[in-house]
Structures are given as structure tokens and as C-alpha cells.
Design a protein around this ligand. Structure first.
Ligand SMILES: Nc1ncnc2c1ncn2[C@@H]1O[C@H](COP(=O)(O)OP(=O)(O)OP(=O)(O)O)[C@@H](O)[C@H]1O
Length: 323
């Protein structure tokens, strides 16, 4: 559905020189600073995917999204959406795209929310009956009713984000590009937005590419993550295999009824990091062994009562890959 091939974007900005006759000199020779924001990125996205596009600040995420949506032209390489270039066939492609930039609203600041929808409907040539039906559905899913008549500038951040999502979906696109849609929201608002995005993907089959610094967004929503760092692709795959690849240990807490007898050595490479009265904490690397095999060993050391497993912290996993 989306193919990105050897995509590059280099920004050229004029160097600010200091000293005398600067203006005169720059008339004859202009020096530029080059910034390779995206360097040779390739990936494909299938229909129905829910992908987290993540990376540290300045990694090149927004620049990629801007090229995917046709706002920016690549320096080289190509983007194809449903077989068409968003740069060359902008009109045809944007019909299939819904875009939300969390930091910037596409709604008209001083107008009531519903007026923005009227303008967008006219721009996309959506018939009145279709507009009313879609708005009705979106109103129900996103709870827009309470602020339809309120000017956008008076909305809370959570309300504005819901209003923006509805605006991006009004023309019923099948692909959504979301750049930080939960930024600055409180826990409740984040939960609402996540629930909505999950419904869009699972029940309505929308394909979603999500950029976020919130690792809970990623863990709760994305089947696959693409990691970009310094403009280059660092990882593309499932969260589970990312965890495995980074190889942080799973922490397992085992409780015993009564005494535990820990032998001097055992045959598997797991470590005991804490030992208390009837309790063991074990670090077990899933790359090296199955947790079940470790449990088989420790169950022989006493009368096992309970097992509690903690997967490696996802923030920590991501931190490792950003380094
Ligand atoms: N119009 C521009 N002109 C010059 N440099 C730019 C321009 N837009 C972005 N850059 C630079 O390109 C790099 C990538 O920026 P981009 O906004 O794509 O990063 P990002 O991954 O979205 O970061 P963040 O998480 O902070 O939003 C940065 O170094 C940025 O300063």
C-alpha cells in the first residue's frame, strides 16, 4: 500500500557569516550548511498495519511524514502510495490520506468546530448527506457533541485533538499519518485517543503510521515499529523481536512455601539477583533460554507458590536502540 524506496532529504540553509562586508560578499558567493535529515530509508506498509515510527528528537520523523504526504519533495528516492507519488499525483493521493500533526491544528482557530468541518467538506467535495452521516459517526466515537459550537481556540488540548482527528477522517481516508497525536494530553485523554485509534485500525481497517515519544502509545497500539536515528533506519520489526534483539533480562520473582535450597551452581545461564525468606528474584535473558526452562530448574529448589514476571521496560529497550 505504501512503498518508500531509498528516500533522502537534505536541507540546505544559508550559512550566516560574520564580519565586515558580509552583505557584499554573500552577493557573490553563498555558503550553505547541509543537513541530511533523512538518509536512504526504505520500508513498505501493508493495508491494515499499525506502525510506530519512532526516534529521538531531530531523527527525521516529521521530515519523512512530510514526504509521505507530499508536503516536501525528496532529494532523491521515492514514495508511492497506492502506486502513486504524493508529489506528482497530490490530488489523487490526498483523498486517501488523513493527517494529524499534534503540534499544529488544521482547524480554523476563530470559527466554531462545526464550521471547520463545513469548509473541509466543501474542499473535499463531500455531499451534504454523506458529511452528516460521517460527522454523526465521528461525533459518537469521539464525543464531539459537547464542543461542536465552540471556537477552536477555546477548546482544551484533548478536545482539540479529538476535533482534529475528526477533521482528518471526514473524507474517509484509508491511511492515517499521525504525528504526536497524544502530545501534552493527560492520562484520560490519552486513553480516549488510543481507544479511538485502536477502533479505527481494528474495526475500520485503517492503516496507521504513528509518530510519538510516548512508549505506552507504541506498546499499546503498534504491531510493528520502525526506528529512525540520525536520519537512518535503525530497526523495522515487531516489538517482541525488538525486545529480544536488545536482550534486556526479564525479571522473574518466585515465591516459595517454606524454605528454598539454592544449589552452588545450575546448568542454565540465569542469575539470582536477590534472595530473601522464601523469595527469589531471577534475571533471565529470553535470548538465551525459555522462561519455562528456567522455571523447571527453580521449581526443584523448593515448594513453588507463585511466579511474577516483568518484561524489560520498553522505555529502556528503546533507549538502548537510540544510542
Ligand atoms: N526546513 C528545514 N530546514 C533545515 N533543517 C531542517 C528543516 N526541517 C527539519 N530540519 C532538520 O532536520 C532534522 C530532522 O528533523 P525532523 O523534524 O524530521 O525530526 P523529528 O524526528 O521529527 O524530531 P522531533 O521528535 O524533535 O519532532 C533536524 O536536525 C532538523 O533540525
Amino acid at each position: 500500500m505504501i512503498t518508500v524506496t531509498n528516500l533522502r532529504k537534505t536541507f540546505k540553509s544559508p550559512l550566516v557569516r560574520e564580519g565586515r562586508f558580509v552583505g557584499l560578499r554573500s552577493l557573490f558567493s553563498r555558503a550553505y550548511r547541509e543537513k541530511e535529515a533523512v538518509r536512504d530509508i526504505s520500508f513498505t506498509i501493508e493495508k491494515g498495519d499499525f506502525i510506530g515510527y519512532i526516534g529521538p528528537n531531530g531523527a527525521g520523523k516529521s521530515t519523512t511524514i512530510k514526504m509521505l504526504t507530499g508536503i516536501l519533495h525528496p532529494s532523491s528516492g521515492e514514495v508511492l502510495i497506492r502506486g502513486l507519488s504524493p508529489q506528482k499525483h497530490r490530488r489523487q493521493v490526498v483523498r486517501h490520506l488523513g493527517v494529524v500533526f499534534g503540534q499544529r491544528s488544521q482547524l480554523w482557530w476563530d470559527l466554531p468546530v462545526k464550521d471547520s468541518y463545513d469548509i473541509l467538506a466543501a474542499m473535499y467535495r463531500i455531499e451534504d448527506a454523506t458529511k452528516r452521516r460521517r460527522l454523526g459517526e465521528l461525533e459518537e466515537l469521539l464525543g464531539l457533541g459537547e464542543f461542536m459550537d465552540t471556537p477552536v481556540r477555546r477548546l482544551s488540548l484533548g478536545q482539540r485533538m479529538r476535533a482534529d482527528l475528526a477533521a482528518a477522517l471526514l473524507h474517509d481516508p484509508d491511511i492515517l499519518f499521525l504525528d504526536e497525536p497524544t502530545i501534552g494530553l493527560d492520562m484520560d485523554a490519552k486513553r480516549n485517543i488510543r481507544g479511538f485509534l485502536r477502533t479505527l485500525n481494528r474495526d475500520f481497517g485503517k492503516t496507521v503510521l504513528l509518530t510519538t515519544h510516548d512508549m505506552d502509545d507504541i506498546e499499546q497500539l503498534c504491531k510493528r515499529v520502525i526506528v529512525i536515528n540520525h536520519g537512518q533506519l535503525g530497526y523495522d520489526g515487531t516489538i517482541a523481536s525488538l525486545r529480544e534483539r536488545i536482550g534486556l533480562p526479564t525479571v522473574v520473582k518466585i515465591t516459595y512455601r517454606g524454605k528454598v535450597s539454592v544449589p552452588e551452581s545450575w546448568e542454565l545461564p540465569f542469575q539470582i539477583t536477590e534472595q530473601g525468606e522464601g523469595v527469589l528474584t531471577v534475571h533471565c535473558n529470553r535470548q538465551e533460554m525459555k522462561a519455562m526452562d528456567m522455571l523447571r530448574v527453580v521449581s526443584g529448589w523448593g515448594d513453588m507458590e507463585d511466579v511474577h514476571m516483568e518484561e524489560p521496560n520498553f522505555e529502556e529497550v528503546i533507549h538502548r536502540i537510540y544510542q
